[in-house]
Write a protein that binds this ligand. Structure first.
Ligand code: TPP
Ligand code: MG
Length: 567
């Protein structure tokens, strides 16, 4: 007890209490002594562990579930998926030194995706600093460029407020990862938490700024407008506002990232498959909640052989940090994206014949694109055309199933052929494009959406990065269906290299039976080499209670027909 009457507790206790107060659902981690106090607090101490029926029950049913993995990047990918799906920052802890450096790619992905995430790093003790302690590394300068904040907490009494602030910062727009490391001696030292400032986020700030009048004029004058809905429409809880906007204006819409599924796949205004005509012929492009990056031609739309003036863009973003300075023709509207869409919606009071005709034209092009793909979606070719896998998947993926993509060409096909039926059901690695996200994203989905049965679509190359974490999926009983598009190589590198040089090197991989790997780790699976066998194999996978991998041997010669390289 202390003078204040509160018992002094170690830093792990303060950190876990802060995380619980912020709605953390689990702590993803891989063991390291530097962060033992976090584990001690998560399970509730020695008495709780001793009285639990077994270790696993102690891990799962303490104060905060502890979800352990085989590589720190999986812990952070899992936490990122929780943040993406639940909008509450995901929570991961990694040990000092290599634990933190192993986490950096995943943290960077969350940074580029604007995903709310808190990562606590262990750190060599302060009292040894500079003497060469085990894993002594100043992580902060490494993490600063890829986080909203990267700091060290040096005072045990400030751990609670420091971790609470990390959560608050991570979930405020523009969302992103926050890193905190805590020296071992600070984390192990008992103290009483000092109250810190807490931001009151109970009322949503719907303020917007920017040249709203000009935006309204542009929309009122447009006869060929197009809307792009990106991940921050989902993250910023603007799904209903986006639907209201699309319906009121009758605006043809293209969905990106977690903006996918906001419009139903049957909605004729969803014209993602007509994006090239939409972007070249539009007279106004409204981009809501997505950066003007390579995925959107850097925000330069308009006819390639026109007068050279790019089409004006209304860029609805949630923070000044996301103004696209490289696109001078973009008009930024900054603040709550739902409020901006609601404000703009009132500009057009009645359905307009010109907009309707434009939407019909794009809808028809999108319909034709689907029809043209029917041949490959139903192809019986041997070796298997990768699109045939999607022909089988499209009738099996339920409306609210979470679909995860991790790979190159195989996942580009997924983006083309899978239209999620509900918002918040699509997880791709985003613009950082880090291979290996898949198993972690599946684990995070299991926590954020208990009872869900995610689909994990992987290239064979991608699978190699983190297939060992199928062990974690087995241990945590994640009923995930994994489908590997196994083209025996790094397809998205093989074909561009051939195009540029007339040959390819270091692009071949053996036709590994990845299902054997999964079986060895306690899951199940099978290899498929004939098109007609894909559907029944997927059905067997869905019936299986646990991780199941369908390893589909596909034609290595087929490249995804790509119009952009991202450079
Ligand atoms: C961590 C990481 N390393 C390398 C790359 C470069 N890269 C992008 S796509 C790709 C090939 C992916 O191959 P695979 O997963 O088998 O999918 P495929 O293109 O063959 O369908 C590679 C190596 C990357 N994006 N991320
Ligand atoms: Mg491949």
């Amino acid at each position: 007890m202390t003078d204040s009457g509160s018992p002094a507790q170690h830093g792990g206790h303060h950190a876990i209490e802060a995380a619980l107060g912020q709605g953390a659902q689990a702590l993803f981690t891989l063991s390291g002594a530097h962060i033992f106090p976090l584990y001690d607090a998560a399970v509730g101490g020695v008495d709780a562990v001793k009285s639990a029926p077994d270790t696993r029950a102690a891990e799962m049913h303490g104060r905060l579930p502890l979800i352990d993995v085989r590589h720190e990047q999986t812990a952070v990918f899992a936490a990122e998926a929780v943040g993406k799906l639940s909008r509450i920052p995901g929570f991961a802890a990694v040990t000092a030194g290599p634990g933190v450096t192993n986490a950096i790619s995943a943290i960077t992905g969350a940074w580029m995706n604007g995903s709310p995430l808190v990562v606590i790093g262990g750190r060599a003790p302060n009292y040894r600093w500079g003497s060469g302690a085990l894993q002594e590394l100043d992580h902060v300068p490494l993490l600063a460029p890829v986080t909203k904040s990267a700091t060290t907490i040096h005072d045990p009494s400030l751990v609670e407020s420091g971790v609470r602030s990390a959560f608050e910062l991570a979930r405020s727009a523009h969302r992103g990862p926050v890193f905190v490391d805590i020296p071992m001696d600070v984390l192990f030292t008992p103290s009483v938490a000092t109250a810190g400032n807490s931001s009151d986020e109970t009322t949503k700030n719907r303020a917007i700024s920017g040249d709203i009048d000009r935006a309204a004029e542009l929309l009122a004058a447009a006869s060929r407008p197009v809307l792009v809905i990106g991940s921050d429409v989902w993250a910023g809880d603007a799904v209903d506002a986006a639907r209201r906007f699309v319906e009121a204006i009758g605006i043809p819409t293209i969905a990106n990232g977690m903006g996918r599924g906001i419009l139903s796949p049957d909605d004729p205004l969803l014209v993602t498959r007509a994006r090239s005509t939409a972007f070249s012929d539009a007279d106004l492009v409204i981009v809501a909640g997505a950066p003007l990056d390579f995925r959107l031609g850097y925000g330069t739309f308009g006819s390639k052989d026109g007068d050279g003036q790019p089409t004006t863009v209304l860029h609805l973003i949630d923070a000044p940090s996301h103004v696209a300075h490289h696109a001078a023709h973009a008009v930024p509207i900054i603040g709550d994206i739902g409020a901006a869409l609601d404000e703009l919606r009132t500009v057009v009071s009645a359905a307009r014949a010109d907009v309707e005709a434009w939407a019909r034209r794009l809808s028809e092009i999108a319909r034709e694109a689907w029809a043209a793909d029917e041949e490959i979606l139903t192809s019986d070719a041997s070796p298997i055309h990768p699109a045939r896998i999607y022909g089988e998947l499209r009738t099996r993926i339920a409306e609210d199933d979470v679909v995860i993509g991790d790979g190159g060409d195989f996942v580009s096909f997924a983006g083309r052929f899978i239209e999620p039926g509900s918002p918040g059901c699509w997880l791709d690695p985003g613009p950082f494009g880090c291979l290996g996200t898949g198993p972690g994203y599946a684990l995070g989905t299991h926590i954020a959406r208990p009872g869900s049965r995610p689909w994990l679509l992987m290239g064979d190359g991608a699978a190699g990065f983190s297939l060992m974490d199928v062990d974690s999926l087995v241990r945590h009983r994640v009923p995930v269906t994994m489908v590997v598009g196994n083209n025996s190589g790094w397809g998205l590198e093989r074909h561009p290299m051939r195009f540029l040089y007339g040959y390819d090197v270091i692009a071949d991989l053996p036709p590994v039976a990845y299902d054997d790997v999964v079986r060895a780790l306690g899951g199940a699976g099978e290899t498929v080499s004939e098109a007609g066998e894909i559907g029944p194999a997927l059905d067997r996978a869905r019936e299986h209670d646990g991780p199941y991998l369908v390893n589909v041997l596909t034609d290595p010669e087929i490249a995804y027909p790509r119009s952009t390289t991202g450079i």
